[in-house]
Design a protein around this ligand. Structure first.
Ligand SMILES: Nc1nc2c(ncn2[C@@H]2O[C@H](COP(=O)(O)OP(=O)(O)O)[C@@H](O)[C@H]2O)c(=O)[nH]1
Ligand SMILES: [Mg+2]
Length: 86
């Protein structure tokens, strides 16, 4: 089996804590400043997991999003088409 690739997308209404959750996980920091996320961006993190052949390392992409649900659906279907093509 090929190496796993993890893509996590944070979805939800503005101000519920998506950006803070990611920043707490990646940088182990929490800030009380509120800056609305523009569009969508991702941070990559090396993570490890265990399977039958032992300890594995892989990359996890955590996408942070803003905007309405239709925008996100459009964005990610285009993104997935492009990542398939190139
Ligand atoms: N008290 C408290 N405030 C939080 C928590 N998570 C986020 N916030 C605050 O809520 C506001 C919005 O957070 P943010 O992560 O930007 O939300 P996003 O719009 O979903 O990305 C910010 O002012 C954060 O500091 C939490 O667990 N506890
Ligand atoms: Mg945000």
């Amino acid at each position: 089996m090929g190496k796993a690739f993890l893509k996590v997308v944070l979805l939800g209404d503005g101000g519920v804590g998506k950006t803070s959750l990611r920043s707490r996980y990646i940088h182990k920091k929490f800030s009380n400043n509120y800056k609305a996320t523009i569009g969508a961006d991702f941070i990559s993190k090396e993570v490890s997991y265990e399977d039958d052949s032992g300890l594995q390392k892989t990359t996890m992409q955590i996408w942070d999003t803003a905007g309405n649900f239709l925008f996100i659906l459009l964005f990610f279907s285009l993104y997935d088409i492009f990542s398939f093509m190139f």
